[in-house]
Ligand binder design. Structure first.
Ligand SMILES: *[C@@H]1O[C@H](CO)[C@@H](O)[C@H](O)[C@H]1NC(C)=O
Ligand SMILES: *[C@@H]1O[C@H](CO)[C@@H](O)[C@H](O)[C@H]1NC(C)=O
Ligand SMILES: *[C@@H]1O[C@H](CO)[C@@H](O)[C@H](O)[C@H]1NC(C)=O
Ligand SMILES: *[C@@H]1O[C@H](CO)[C@@H](O)[C@H](O)[C@H]1NC(C)=O
Ligand SMILES: *[C@@H]1O[C@H](CO)[C@@H](O)[C@H](O)[C@H]1NC(C)=O
Ligand SMILES: *[C@@H]1O[C@H](CO)[C@@H](O)[C@H](O)[C@H]1NC(C)=O
Ligand SMILES: *[C@@H]1O[C@H](CO)[C@@H](O)[C@H](O)[C@H]1NC(C)=O
Length: 346
């Protein structure tokens, strides 16, 4: 029977496809098979209208018979005949699957002449990320390899973006060699195939590094007044702080001195500066990757340097409130020892 039906024929058959909720597609016999596009999971009706008296009719999926007349050959519950009548021989596919993609054929015999029409069903799947790297935490200098696996029909594109520079790379893998602390951020994977809005997900990359003390200042204190020493550190994870005095004694809070630890800095708050507060304070900022220290002075304002013009050197001294200690920057015209003896008066 199939052989007879598959013989060539000319006109009279109109194959119409009805996509759920959308327009009606039609192919008249003799044209190239139309491509009908349907989303996976939706349903589709392939409509075959017959305008003459027929003896045999059949629907085929590739070369497999779905129906001959009203006899169902297919075992698939999703496939049903709708509106089977003398003039309408339409087949309905529920919850379309990717495997349903392919050529479908409506064919019948009228006046002993076979008629045949094809349609090509294309099943699309929106681009979707199916697996992506989890958030990572690495140490500075390590390599980071991120992946983002996507599926979809047609084959989706996958791109990686970051907030600062935009497009970073195309493809499922993003490799960052010897990551720097500035590269710690959310990396976004975007996949797109034009079927539905892009799918996107983010991976948070944390870069750990040991503390660096970024702000510390010597400070002149006035007897009976308040004063504040500050130690600020960049670190991931955030640093914890400790303070020590000249003689390596830990600094402890009391009613005249309060240690205030914040996320990125620690403050020494002097409520009422007295003689015993003047000195050299060392701040230690520590996280699990390392420790950094910096020392700073709370020194007594020494007015005579400024008030006695005859004693002053030819060029006026630099202000005493900033003494860069690190990076080999020595105080230009006065040694620390001289400064201390000036500042503390002993
Ligand atoms: C149907 O799609 C195929 C590729 O999937 C293409 O080669 C062909 O030209 C399309 N036919 C029509 C009628 O659009
Ligand atoms: C079934 O036939 C009726 C009347 O011919 C028509 O209005 C309706 O759209 C058809 N339904 C399908 C799914 O073809
Ligand atoms: C069409 O044929 C393919 C291949 O044999 C099969 O996997 C699929 O389930 C069939 N679809 C329908 C709607 O019959
Ligand atoms: C995602 O990928 C990882 C690494 O390849 C694997 O261990 C995990 O099982 C995958 N998860 C899923 C849901 O496929
Ligand atoms: C600061 O301390 C001195 C000496 O203990 C005291 O005489 C003075 O009243 C205090 N000043 C304030 C503002 O508490
Ligand atoms: C303080 O830091 C310096 C480098 O800036 C280092 O040489 C020294 O050992 C540190 N001191 C302590 C007690 O860790
Ligand atoms: C302050 O103390 C630190 C640590 O003990 C020391 O390295 C530094 O030289 C001292 N500063 C001055 C000005 O004495």
């Amino acid at each position: 029977m199939g052989c007879a039906l598959l013989l060539n024929a000319l006109a009279g058959l109109l194959l119409v496809l009805l996509c759920k909720g959308s327009s009606v597609h039609g192919v008249e016999f003799g044209h190239l098979p139309d491509n009908i596009t349907v989303l996976e999971g939706e349903s589709v009706t392939l409509r075959c209208r017959i305008d003459e008296e027929v003896t045999h009719k059949a629907w085929l999926n590739r070369s497999n018979i779905l129906f001959t007349g009203t006899d169902k050959w297919s075992l698939d519950k999703r496939v049903t005949l709708v509106n089977s009548s003398n003039s309408d021989f339409s087949v309905h596919i529920d919850k379309v699957q990717v495997s349903d993609e392919g050529p479908y054929t409506c064919t019948f015999q009228a006046n002993n002449k076979p008629r045949i029409a094809h349609v090509y069903l294309i099943v699309q799947v929106p681009a979707r990320i199916v697996n992506i790297s989890t958030d990572v935490s690495v140490n500075e200098g390590e390599n980071v390899n991120l992946f983002c696996l996507a599926v979809g029909r047609p084959e989706p594109t996958v791109t990686w973006k970051d907030q600062k520079y935009g497009l970073l790379s195309e493809g499922e893998f993003l490799d960052i060699t010897e990551i720097k602390r500035q590269q710690a951020e959310d990396y976004e994977c975007i996949t797109h195939n034009g079927v539905a809005p892009p799918d996107q997900r983010k991976v948070k990359v944390t870069v750990n590094y040991p503390p660096t003390i970024t702000d510390m200042k010597n400070l002149h204190g006035y007897l009976g007044k308040t004063a504040m020493l500050r130690c600020e550190a960049m670190a991931v994870p955030p640093a914890s702080f400790e303070w020590y005095r000249d003689d390596h004694r830990p600094v402890e809070s009391d009613n005249t001195l309060q240690i205030k630890n914040e996320k990125m800095r620690s403050l020494l708050l002097f409520a009422n500066v007295t003689e015993k507060h003047f000195g050299n304070y060392t701040c230690f900022a520590t996280n699990r990757l390392g420790t950094s220290n910096a020392s700073m002075l709370l020194f007594r304002r020494f007015f005579s340097l400024i008030l006695c013009p005859i004693m002053s050197p030819p060029t006026p001294p630099r202000p005493l409130d900033v003494i860069p200690r690190r990076a080999g920057l020595a105080f230009p015209s006065i040694s620390p020892r001289q400064l201390l003896s000036l500042a503390f008066g002993h």
